[in-house]
Design a protein around this ligand. Sequence first.
Ligand SMILES: [Zn+2]
Ligand SMILES: [Zn+2]
Length: 267
Amino acid sequence: MGTDSLRAGLFDSHLHTPLCGHASGSPRAYVQAALEAGLAGVVFTDHMPMPAWYDAPWRMRRDQLDEYVALVLEARAAFAGRVEVRLGLEADFHPGTERYVAEVLAAHPWDYVIGSVHYLGAWGFDNPEFQSEYAARDLGELYGQYYALVEGAARSGLFDSIGHLDLPKKFGHRDPGGTAALRALDVVAERGLSLDFNTAGWRKPVAEAYPAVNLVQAAAARGVPFVLGSDAHAPGEVGHRFAEALEILGGAGARVVTYRGRERQDG
Ligand SMILES: [Zn+2]
Ligand SMILES: [Zn+2]
């Protein structure tokens, strides 16, 4: 990353911790990486606890939530005056779990909550293990179902932003249409949410950030702002390709924001 080309005051607002079971490095190591990358702050947004029957191997358990909060607050204290450390979650939107999610969101003073769709029914469509299912699906229908869930996430009132908007493209299965995405963006705009500009897509087979440039433009045209995030699952990924991300966002005339106490602020 060319840190000299990054403007001051930038946050990486999408970071994980080892509590989710598939990330490495202590929270302090992520913040140290942010400091070295010249970032002003970070928001930890680890995969939140969900009901025991939902995606359990890929997230912290409910009885680890207090430990997660304590670790983030400890990192905040350790870097006070150098890097601002905020407390967030990456939540899942999955119909039937809303009440559970609301209960977790009420348990601590979160700064920022991302709402992500990772499942179509029982299929974890972004899991490399279950990729072969794409061949059995009609891609147009798949995206239609996916974006209907994104609309549900936006309408739920539970989240500040939508995570990695065009996630089903992860392994290269791009949306053959586009109208479902635009309808979802209308709802995101109407409900006042932001979008996660997620640079992890550049590290995946699709080799493209989430969302694609045409969707960044469509979002910006609707006044939807973006929250910049690396989706780091290791300290070395903090701030990944932020200079390029800013070029794309700037080129589309998109606004970059952060969240504190679940309130949007200019980033
Ligand atoms: Zn993860
Ligand atoms: Zn995610």
